[in-house]
Design a binder for this molecule. Sequence first.
Ligand SMILES: [Zn+2]
Length: 412
Amino acid sequence: MTTTSVYLGLDDTDFIESGCTTERMNHLINYLIDQLSVIEQERRLVRLWPFAENRTRGNGALGSIIKINSNKKNKLIEHCYSWFKELKNDINSKSNELVQPSPCLIISFTKFPEDWYWSSVRGHVDASFRKKQLDLKNCIIFTHNSDLGIVGASAAIAWIPSLTSSWELISWRRNELIGTQREVNFHNLSLMDRKFPETFVNRDPTRKKGLIAPRTPCPVLYGIRGPSSASVTEAHIWLQSQNNTEKCLSYAVHISNQLSDDHISSTCTGTVVSEPSETKGGHSYLDVISDSQLSRIVAFREGGEVNDLLRKLIPGDVISWTGIVSPDDSVHLEKLILINPSPRIDRRPYCCNRTMRSSGKNQELRCKICEKTTKKYWIYNNNSIQTNMWVEPSASNRRHLSKPLSISHPIR
Ligand SMILES: [Zn+2]
C-alpha cells in the first residue's frame, strides 16, 4: 500500500464572538480519521498579518498534514466536500450575525511556495491575486461567501516550521458549557508555571491575570504554549488532573509561528525629530528620521512601558524599534529602546544653596543671596531616563506573533 501526503488549509470559518477555526479543524480531522483512517502528522496554527481586513484580532489560520492511502484521494475530496457543505449550512443558519465569515478549505497534494507565507504575514495579499496563483497548482479549493479565506488557508500550507517554532496545545470545552464562565484558576496557573518552567506566557504576573483562556464565548477552554510538543502536553495533563480545572472535551497540539516576530521585517534605528504628542485615548506618537526617511511611530496606551518611554523622548534622541506599518503609514510600535539620549536640561546652577535666576532676556544669572552673577547656562542630567534596555508591552497586550524579550534564547 502506498501513501500520499496531503496538505490541508482552513481559514475564516467563524464569527467574531462565537466558534473557533481551531475547533473546526479538529472536527474535520477527526471526521477524516473516522471515515478514511487518515493519519495526521502535523497540526498548524499560523498567525497572519495583523491588519488584514475583516479579521478578528488574532488572525489565525489552521493547517494540517495528513497521510492517506494513495487510492483514497477522490474519497478524501468527497468527504471534505460534504464536511464543507455542513459548515456552510451552519454559517447560513447564523445569517443574523453582522459580519459573515468567508470560509475556505484547501486540499493540496503538493507544498506551496514559502514566500506565500511571508507575503501573508508581513502585509496585505489580495485574495484574487492568491487565487490566480492557486489556479496553477494541483489543488482543490472550497469557498463560501467570498474568496477572502483563501489567503490564510494557503499561507497555513505554505509556512515552513523551524526548530525554533513554538507549540500550542489547545483544548476545547464540552458543548453544554460553551458560553459559561471557564473554570481555569490563577493559582493553578502559577503552580503550572513553576512545575513546567519551559511553558510560556501562561499568565501576566504584572496584572495577576491568566492568559491561557480566551474571554469570548468560543469553544476553546485554554491554550498552553511551550517550546516542544512534550512540554505543553505534560503541562496540560497535569492541569487537567487538578480539582479546580474544567475538564476538556478534547485537545490537539499545534506547531505555530506564534512568538516568532515573523511579522517584523527588521529592527529600525533613527533620530527623534519631534516632541511626543498624546491623544485623548492615552496613546502617544512622535516623528523620527531613519535612513533619511521621516516616519511617525505610535505607542498605544496598552503598550505600557513602550508608551512610557516614548513620552520621555526628546528631539535628538537616537532610538531603535520594531513595529509594523499600519494602513495609515504610521508605525505601530512593539519594542523600543533608547540608545543615545540627547542631554536633558535639569536646572540652572546653584549658589548659596539656591537656584540662580535670570532677571530677564539677555540678563545674566544672579544669586539673590550673595549677588554673584554668571553667564547663563543649564545643568544637564540624564539619570532619570533609561538607556540601552528594550521595553515591550505586558504579556496580555502583546500580539500572538510577537516574540517576548524573555525568549531571547532560541525556542527548541
Ligand atoms: Zn550666592
